[in-house]
Design a protein around this ligand. Structure first.
Ligand code: C5P
Length: 223
């Protein structure tokens, strides 16, 4: 039945937002709550999957039955996702990954010196989703890879371009702006498929959106 349609499937979900260290006490972060990723993990457990949840800085209770691995930075999230995804049937990148990190993290807390403040030099983080889809293609498995995207304008056009660039099977595109998506309990989205499909998911609880995403994943799993 529907309740166990992911039985025997191994899924990996990333959630939350990365923190890129500036010094031992400071970081560059983002406002991701982790709620959509946690809802994906909880609903996958409910549908019978073996779930690994790679959690970046989320202040929510662990979803019962998921194997939760905590990470801080994009570098740590990348290592955890590459390791966990090797054995997975489905990989979902719901985490908000920082595009840039401070080029070096100071070993000691940075002090005011009285002089002009020192700029923080940035380095670009690797695109983990692109790496995961490349690895999947190289291994030749039927692994299903799902990405997320937040867009403010030209949602379908930008979403289609992003889906192609990332090489994933499904891209869950949220329209963001005033009071939408980040930190709220509800979410709405359009899910774009590499097969050209577009599925509207009306505004509702993040668990309902998660279940619709798993429906679309299920259709793409072999066997
Ligand atoms: O390019 P953009 O950040 O809009 O893409 C969002 C998607 O890419 C999300 O699934 C996010 O988890 C993933 N991503 C990633 N590595 C990055 C940046 C984004 O995996 N460095």
């Amino acid at each position: 039945g529907l309740e166990t349609d992911l039985a025997g499937r191994r899924v990996v979900v990333s959630a939350g937002g990365t923190r890129e260290p500036i010094d031992p006490v400071r970081f560059i972060g983002n406002r991701s709550s982790g709620r959509q990723g946690y809802a994906l993990a909880a609903t996958a457990v409910a549908r019978g999957a073996a779930v690994t949840l790679v959690s970046a800085n989320v202040d929510l209770p662990d979803p019962a039955g998921a194997d939760v691995r905590r990470v801080g930075s994009a570098t740590e999230l990348r290592a955890a996702m590459l390791a966990a995804s090797a054995e997975a049937d489905v990989v979902v990148m719901a985490a908000a990954v920082a595009d840039f990190r401070p080029r070096t993290a100071a070993e000691a807390k940075i002090k005011k010196s009285g002089a002009a403040p020192r700029p923080i030099e940035l380095a670009e983080n690797p695109d983990i989703l692109v790496e995961l889809t490349r690895e999947r293609n190289r291994a030749g498995t039927g692994q299903v890879v799902v990405g997320f995207a937040a867009e403010t304008d030209h949602v379908l056009e930008h979403g289609r371009a992003k889906l192609a660039r990332k090489g994933c099977d499904l891209l869950v595109v949220n329209e963001v702006g005033e009071g939408r998506a980040f930190g709220t309990a509800d979410n709405q989205a359009v899910v774009l498929g590499a097969d050209g499909s577009a599925t509207e998911i009306p505004n509702g609880p993040k668990e309902a959106l998660a279940d619709r995403v798993w429906d679309l994943v299920r259709e793409r799993l072999a066997g």
